[in-house]
Ligand binder design. Structure first.
Ligand SMILES: Cc1cc2nc3c(=O)[nH]c(=O)nc-3n(C[C@H](O)[C@H](O)[C@H](O)COP(=O)(O)OP(=O)(O)OC[C@H]3O[C@@H](n4cnc5c(N)ncnc54)[C@H](O)[C@@H]3O)c2cc1C
Length: 290
């Protein structure tokens, strides 16, 4: 199918894009990688009157780090982040999650900012951002805001982004030195959206868990940060029984929907199984680093 007719603009700067957003308001849509928007337009599930194509705004494609935060420009291609040595060094959880976003062809076009702005309930990057307690920087004609991940994702495909705002940067806190991590997900076929997925960061000092981060995808309308399970882990010594207790806490924290791909009960069960597996893998990485 073909999309409904639309007016097309290709600004060369973020300022120009923001002016266009101000002028065309709710009828406008930003086009980044187009990997989610274009299928929706082709199926006529989205009919924006105006498309603002940001692909020529080179200043929005970068990966930088400093002060313990990896700053990724919104237009950075998912594949570029996946292959970045800086991402591998500072935030290997992000790299590992990226490897399971669709297929390489999709990641060649799909952007980091597009995935975050689209807020698919089964996306990998939203859960990574939630687990790490990251932030999203957005700009509009009224100025710049930095929104915590916990406030950014509101519901299915819905964020706290105003229709006149542009996502300019996504900030992923770097992993503490010596921390272990793991991304695990279950999908029906390689490249499919996850039925359930979990991202974990684990820091252990003198045999005791000093920090634990758990973010999940596919188990609710937004990514879920499993704060109860994190609290249960911190201050305790790593042990199989502890992983099982954390898995149970995760099952208690999620409220997935069932659909044609998997029942709600299956997703809840798998979220716990993946949590225990990911904790084991994260601990093995802590031990390797030591
Ligand atoms: C076959 C297939 C499989 C896929 N599998 C997965 C998967 O397993 N996991 C996964 O996470 N994703 C998957 N995706 C989606 C893919 O990751 C998309 O690239 C991503 O969701 C959207 O990024 P994009 O840059 O393509 O954004 P676009 O499609 O261009 O835009 C998506 C939405 O975000 C808005 N937007 C984009 N950039 C900005 C910005 N800077 N500021 C404000 N709003 C913005 C757009 O207006 C639009 O509403 C898949 C896609 C396909 C086609």
């Amino acid at each position: 199918m073909k999309p409904a007719a639309f007016e097309y603009f290709a600004p060369l700067s973020a300022d120009e894009a923001i002016d266009l957003l101000r002028e065309h308001g709710d009828g406008a849509k930003i086009l980044a990688g187009g990997q989610s928007l274009v299928p929706l337009m082709n199926m006529r599930l989205a009919r924006p009157a105006v498309i603002i194509d940001i692909n020529r705004i080179e200043a929005l494609a970068y990966i930088a780090d400093g002060n313990g935060v990896l700053r990724v420009g919104a237009l950075t291609r998912q594949r570029a982040a996946e292959r970045s040595a800086r991402v591998a060094e500072r935030c290997p959880l992000l790299r590992d999650a990226l490897r399971l976003v669709g297929h390489a062809q999709i990641r060649n076009r799909g952007t980091i900012g597009g995935s975050i702005a689209h807020a698919d309930p089964a996306a990998e990057l939203t859960a990574v951002l939630a687990a790490l307690g990251g932030e999203v920087t957005v700009r509009g004609h009224r100025g710049t805001r930095t929104i915590a991940a916990s406030d950014f994702f509101v519901s299915y495909l819905t964020t706290s982004l105003d229709s006149h705002e542009l996502v300019t940067e996504v900030r992923f806190p770097a992993l503490p030195s010596g921390a272990g991590w793991s991304w695990m997900e279950i999908a029906r076929r390689h490249g499919d959206f996850a039925l359930a997925g979990v991202g974990i960061v684990l820091a252990v000092r003198r045999g005791v868990i000093a920090d634990a981060r758990i973010g999940l995808t596919g188990v609710g309308p937004t990514p879920v940060r499993a704060a109860d399970a994190e609290r249960l882990l911190v201050g305790r010594s790593p042990a199989e029984e502890l992983w099982q207790a954390a898995a149970e806490a995760v099952r208690g924290a999620v409220d997935p929907d069932g659909d044609i791909h998997a029942s709600a009960a299956y997703r809840k069960h798998v979220a716990g199984v993946l949590t225990a597996r990911a904790l084991r893998e994260a601990l093995s990485r802590v031990r390797e680093a030591a």
